[in-house]
Write a protein that binds this ligand. Structure first.
Ligand code: MLT
Length: 332
């Protein structure tokens, strides 16, 4: 073989090896330089509520794990759909994330039209927490037990006011289920999150609210509100309250899980880096203690995975569709 032919073969071999190496590096390049700037973690409800509380805990711990800063942004409105829609349309570079709870699964059945697809427009990162709701009333409400609250709703109907965080929010659904069980309608007052709703309950402007234990617990312990019953199938550790199911509405159950998402198209290695940071955060003793203090359950290692969250979301969209159709609720 002549020198020229050998040179040609060597040249092409080197070029192919270098090309393959560059291809591999390009695939990893995003994660190596990520995060390149502060990350916005969008909470689709107002500050001071349960989603906000969980997001702020996560932001500190995940930020440390990623070696960057995570800033919580409350983009509230229309039962979470404004904030969720904003993330769906954001750059898919891992610098805009969404912490969303069951409203991500309920709103497709409640709103005739959404500006985004909750499954197709997002890359799941992992489940974050699971928790129950608790029915709370203003301090002076003339009802001492859950049975008395239900009797009051049946007798006084729209004279009883119920605060919630907007159509499709957990508090809204919990209220709908209670009204369905009572066979009576309360006056519903929507807020941009249960943070502001709780403020109005504490100051006596509204009668009832079904809120996540995460942010209701400090008010219950401080005796600024009356607590009646929890919405999980089992009683909640650390809370001396009956379940709704054992207090006159057999089978009543509503729990609320939070998931972390990025816009669809976020590079797989960035999603993997975010998932690792999420799992690190969920093992952080500070987060474990804070969530335990708020009777909120952190996701297990198996739940804090993109595939788990993806499946959970699809399954919950289907099960909430049945519940919402049976309740006959739609929103224009
Ligand atoms: C809800 O009712 O869905 C939430 O509690 C809203 C919130 O996190 O503020």
């Amino acid at each position: 073989m002549g020198n020229f032919a050998r040179f040609g073969r060597e040249f092409w071999r080197t070029a192919i090896v270098a090309g393959a190496a560059m291809f591999c590096l390009a695939g990893q390049g995003q994660a190596q330089t990520y995060p390149a700037k502060p990350i916005a973690l969008v909470v689709p409800f107002a500050a001071g509520g349960p989603s906000d509380t969980i997001a702020r805990l996560l932001a500190v711990s995940m930020g440390q794990a990623l070696g960057g800063q995570i800033i919580v942004e409350n983009i509230a409105g229309a039962g979470s759909t404004v904030g969720i829609g904003r993330v769906a349309k954001s750059d898919a570079d891992g610098h805009t994330l969404l912490l969303s709870h069951i409203s991500h699964a309920t709103t497709p059945s409640l709103f005739k039209k959404l500006a985004y697809d909750p499954v197709a427009d997002f890359s799941p990162i992992g489940m974050v927490t699971d928790g129950a709701f608790v029915l709370v009333g203003r301090k002076e409400l003339a009802a001492a037990t859950f049975a008395e609250v239900m009797a009051k709703i049946k007798a006084e109907k729209t004279a009883v006011s119920y605060a919630h965080a907007g159509v499709g929010s957990g508090s809204h659904l919990c209220g709908l289920m209670l009204m369905q069980a009572a066979g009576a309608t309360m006056t519903q007052i929507p807020y941009r999150g249960t943070g502001p709703a709780m403020n109005d309950l504490v100051s006596g402007k509204v009668d009832l609210l079904c809120d996540q234990i995460t942010s209701a617990l400090p008010q219950i312990n401080g005796k600024t509100v009356k607590a009646y019953a929890v919405t999980s199938a089992e009683k909640v550790a650390g809370l001396d309250l009956p379940t709704v199911a054992a207090s006159g509405i057999p089978g009543f159950k509503i729990t609320i899980w939070h998931g972390l998402y990025a816009p669809k198209g976020t590079p797989a290695d960035v999603v993997a880096k975010l998932n690792a940071a999420l799992r690190t955060a969920l093992k952080d003793p500070t987060i474990i203690k804070r969530l335990a203090d708020l009777s909120t359950i952190p996701a297990t290692e198996a739940q804090a995975q993109p595939a788990f969250l993806g499946k959970q979301l699809v399954a919950e969209i289907a099960s909430w569709k049945k519940i919402i159709e049976a309740a006959g609720v739609t929103v224009e």
